[in-house]
Write a protein of this length. Structure first.
Lengths: 78, 133
């Protein structure tokens, strides 16, 4: 991992069209600005981890559970 | 009671794969039966892998995810109204314990059959919202 020290207001440039700027440092919170093409997906790492975990939990429920849910939703709609 | 049209798309291409399942790109989207909007999203590469998805409107009437131009482009979206919005359910032992992922809806463009689980990072939406509120 490349490690750089930056102060508030300073930036780093990644490749040709991505600029990451440290906007503010207050206590243990760092605000970061990212200037990048819209096609570049930028996400908080912990949200992605949470979504992976959620998808794994959601994946392949048992037939019983599906039948139960399907019936409950049908009932719920009536 | 008016029946909503059955949802059945035999092959959709997940151009934005589901987090945790990056290699699963082709799915079938099929409504279980006419009694509810519940659909299965089943991997064509691994038939044992399936998710339960449902249009959120009946449960979260105010839910209206906004997506960027990059998503519009990836899915080949012409009219926003044509896009099928679905949320992934994590079934609990009962309906009360079932949750919906509002942070990353599955958007399907029936015209191009392209889909993606779109991560709505900036809005702080819940990953596990109780289905019944």
């Amino acid at each position: 991992m490349l490690v750089l020290s930056r102060r508030a207001g300073e930036s780093i440039v990644l490749g040709d069209d991505i600029t990451v700027t440290v906007l503010e440092v207050r206590g243990d919170v760092v605000r970061i600005g990212i200037d990048a093409p819209r096609s570049l997906k930028v996400h908080r790492a912990e949200l992605l981890a949470q979504l992976e975990e959620s998808n794994r939990q959601a994946a392949s429920p048992s037939d019983d559970l599906v039948a139960q849910l399907s019936e409950a939703l049908g009932r719920d709609r009536d | 009671m008016t029946e909503s049209p059955a949802i059945e798309i035999p092959v959709i291409e997940m151009v934005r794969p589901m987090p945790g399942f990056p290699d699963h790109r082709r799915f079938a989207l099929v409504q279980f039966d006419a009694s509810s909007d519940l659909c299965s999203l089943t991997s064509l590469d691994e038939p044992d892998l399936r998710f339960l998805v449902v249009p959120p409107s009946a449960f979260f009437p105010d839910y209206a995810p906004e997506v960027g131009d990059d998503v519009v482009e990836d899915l080949g979206i012409g009219e926003a109204a044509d896009v099928l919005v679905l949320v992934v359910l994590t079934p609990g032992a009962s309906l009360e314990e079932t949750t919906a992922n509002l942070a990353a809806p599955v958007l399907v463009n029936p015209a191009t059959r392209r889909a993606g689980q779109v991560v709505l990072d900036e809005l702080g939406l819940p990953v596990a919202a109780p289905l019944l509120g």
